[in-house]
Ligand binder design. Sequence first.
Ligand code: OFO
Length: 165
Amino acid sequence: MKLNLSKKLEKALNEQVRMETESAYIYNGMRLFFKEKGLPGATSWMTHQAHEELKHAEDFIDMILDLDGHVVLGELKEPTTEYKSILDVFEAGLAHEKEISSSILELLDLALEEKNYAVENFLRTYVDEQVEEEDHFRGVIDMVKMAGDDPAALFKVDGILAKRD
Ligand code: OFO
């Protein structure tokens, strides 16, 4: 039992830093798609999301440093800015969040296996965070589906997305 990090856990947490940073990059690609389509509400929603991801990456960095670990910033993949529709973007976002959730759960398994309770506590807050993240995307998907191809309804959805704080 210990409060510092094993090399294995340090490596896995660093990979999560990379993934959270990459999430911001992916959401920036989505933001640009919305900006080019002239959807200010969706652009602002996605900008907010991208900023959140950078905060998540920062949290993981702080966790590693607090436990006397070493941070390594990994390479990021180039994100796409090409999507078929608003729905396509949010569905891709939800699929991405599901991958992030699996990664957090795997990390939690590792922390439990190593009896690293400090990391376990930290990760449990991220399990809750992921429930929220997936729920946000699902909520938007439901609204966009309801609006269908009706431009007036989509305009309204864009107005609702603008109100995210
Ligand atoms: Fe960091 O929660 Fe999304 O990716």
